[in-house]
Design a protein around this ligand. Sequence first.
Ligand SMILES: [Zn+2]
Length: 437
Amino acid sequence: MDYYFLRNNTTAMHNSKSLLWLSSFICIALALIITFCTSDNQASFTTTKTVSLPQASESPIRHSLRTIEHPTWQSANIKVNKGDTLDSIFKQQGLNARLLQQIMNLGAPVKALQALHPGQTLKFIMNEQGQLEELFIPVSKNQLLVIRNTGQGFEAKTTDLPITNKMTFASGTITGSLYLSAKNAGLSKASISQLSSIFGGEIDFAKTLRKGDTFNVVYEKKYLNGKHIGNGDIIAAEIKTHGKTYAATRYIDPRGKTHYYSPKGMNLHQPIERYPLHFAFISSTFSLHRYHPILHIYRPHYGVDLAAVTGTPIHSTANGRIIFIGKDGGYGNAIKIRHNRKYTMIYGHMSRFAKHMHHGTRVHEGQLIGYVGQTGLATGPHLHYEVRIYGKPKDPLKIKLPHGGPIKKTYLKDYLPVAQTEMAELNALSQDHITNS
Ligand SMILES: [Zn+2]
């Protein structure tokens, strides 16, 4: 991959100066990796490690890389104020109007210079003689215009600001819920959701996980200009429970779709998820003989009650079609979704439905369909969730969920080495983690 990156870039570059640029670029990236690793190892739970060089690049607006080779060059960051023009800024920098004209003649890329915005920051790099060597101008949130003195004149190029993905390792031991333990390990809510949906088909979090179980996760943190702008996907993860290790690695298929498979290529994504809420506790289980808290009589409870605060999002556990939506007696605001001939799901006591939910609407697994409430016969906010198999109510927590099957044969060859690399990465990081803690 590194090789590919170098080859690809060198063909695109025109002179040796650019090559120097690239090499200093890599030096900076390496320096960043080292600082990052050493500074982060003190954290007890998470270790951060930078991914391979192609992505480990920093925006040149922060690090003008040729200044490393030319320590005597000066750089200036100029913030555009209201009323500033390029003329006035150039003058301020001791650069003449003829140079500006020369730059403005560089064609399409410099069109962006015609309109400066207050707040924009321009970076000027000058040599020892006070001549312009480089000029960096952000033209959009993720694009940078680079004007550079090549020695034979100026060239202008618009480049995409690289979003840096840093592979981050998180590890933890279950003490209370998976949610809290994962949160303590530094995972965001979105990453925890992803973790639970990756393994949700195989592990019943509410019932199976217990104190002392462990998890290891490698996920992406995204940076732009060195600023953390959010988290990306989980790349590899494992959960150890009851003496068994469940592992998953990410695979992006040739069509660009993301999947998670076991390292051997079994689909971890099951067509029906166990829970329609990610974080809830079971307040009442399936029972054919239950004392009803409001009606004060014994009668069957054909579903499971998942307690959560009002407004908690409810996700469809499967693809299907809405065959009922509206008020339904004791169920309150309810939705019935038919998955196929075999499975129908019922969601009750909702405070409200999600937008665009109607009779006949097709929904996909994981889609938001409504919000937890306590409409109908309910003593507190919770979701009443039912699964019917051929019309007969079954315990949603006990039914065997259908399997997703193996990865497509045509993808297997492509996937196996990916899985191997990702698992090796995970194992190496968790080994590091054990040694360091
Ligand atoms: Zn119920």
